[in-house]
Design a protein around this ligand. Sequence first.
Ligand code: ADE
Length: 259
Amino acid sequence: MNEEQNQEASDNHTPPSGGGGVEGRSVGIRIDIISVVPDLLQSPLGHSIMKRAQQRGLLEVHVHNLRDHTPYKHGQVDDYQFGGGAGMVMMPEPLAILIEKLQSERTYDEVIYMTPDGDSFNQQTANRLSMKGALLIICGHYKGIDERIRQKFVTMEVSIGDYVLSGGELAAAVVVDAVGRLIPGVLNDETSALLDSFQDGLLAPPVYTRPAEWRGMAVPDILLCGDPKKIDAWRHEEAFRRTEERRPDLLSDDVLGKT
Ligand code: ADE
């Protein structure tokens, strides 16, 4: 969503409570994203569940083009780094101007900088962020943003994995998607988010659909037995087995909070 499309979109739905400091689960979240390539966010946030969340007024996403807020000529937002070295750095002043403008309009629960040297993003963080009212996400580009912006404004630094993307936009889209789908009312059947991988600390169990027999491969009989208790027990066992096999680290005492 660019700012104009956002305006259009917000004309079509009830705005969520956005404004920060919401106790417990809020009815919706407002997320502002600062980017130098806003188009990169259009598609990931404009379809499927994210689109529905916005149409239902449960999620409001505003993407701000940093170049529209720079005080410098020709939309300049980056410059050479002090000390030399390849790669440009995003200048502090355009970011500060836009962050301060947004902060004067509402209180943000977190100002998040997407960066490969941030804390690893996981389901626990997504759960925590889904309880907030307003988030501001800064997407870096080039060599990143001037360190002083991190010191002055940023409250959370988030990495989506140990690899380097060309910018923070795709990482921001991952965060918005993971958080947005947890807002009550976004998924048709709210329990389906509760059954996601990681939600109970385990990977999800295998799933099957029709036909019950496909190319000589049958669906496990238990799923056809019609007894929800037995099916739940089987799913839990399978989830555990799969986790033990693929991600034993998730079952360590550390992760289970037993130390
Ligand atoms: N920007 C570039 N790479 C990133 C990553 N892995 N996570 C978050 N933001 C990033």
